[in-house]
Write a new protein. Sequence first.
Length: 263
Amino acid sequence: MALRKSLFIFSGNIQSMRTTIFLTLFFVVTALHAQYEDRNSIDPKATEIYEPKAPKITPGEAAGAAPSDAIVLFNGKDFSEWVGKDGASPKWEIKDGVMTVVKGTGDIKTKRTFGDVQLHIEWRSPSVIVGEGQGRGNSGIFLQERYELQVLDSYESQTYSNGQAGSIYKQHIPLVNATKKPGEWQTYDVIYTAPRFSNNGRLVSPAYITVLHNGVLIQNHSQIWGPTEYKGLPVYMSHDKGSIILQDHSNPVSYRNIWIREL
């Protein structure tokens, strides 16, 4: 009797579940049908937005040219947007519209500070190959003075994967190696979202970066774990906007056509 009673209860539960599922599906289908009918009665203008309007700009005429709302950080003529070590005038060389690292003169950084940005920058590793790994065509682009997008001759030279060209140094390996031959001009197009901190200095949201190297996606909304470190693991510390830094790593790496848009 007990077994028969248990089977009856179990059978009843199954029937109840089937009924519940049927009723749920019925109401979902009914609601979708009603929504479809309601959509047909909606005026399309109800979902059309006319204000605010997207600001109108003029895009660059040539590939890589600065749009009209960009800040040109290097126009090939002078260091008017840059300072060198200890705030002095940069000691890098400018020749034929190109700036080139002069070994031992130190990093340079923008006079202006930035948060969220779109950055376009063109770079060239030396055509004369000297060294291997991290000693070959090495420089770097630091966003907010802390987060390094690696510049390196990674065409054939071998090094650790999270330190090659296009890596977020010691953090993210690029999706592919899109490096051109030494001596050829290369482009980085960067979309960078700065980290956010609370009033008491706690991290609210980390930094993110998307990078196209020579037109190829190599970092896809990669989460930056903190300041890029040579030794040890990164740890976020609260900060405000920061400069763009170009690194003197003792190799004569060249840069040109640098522009930025604040987002």
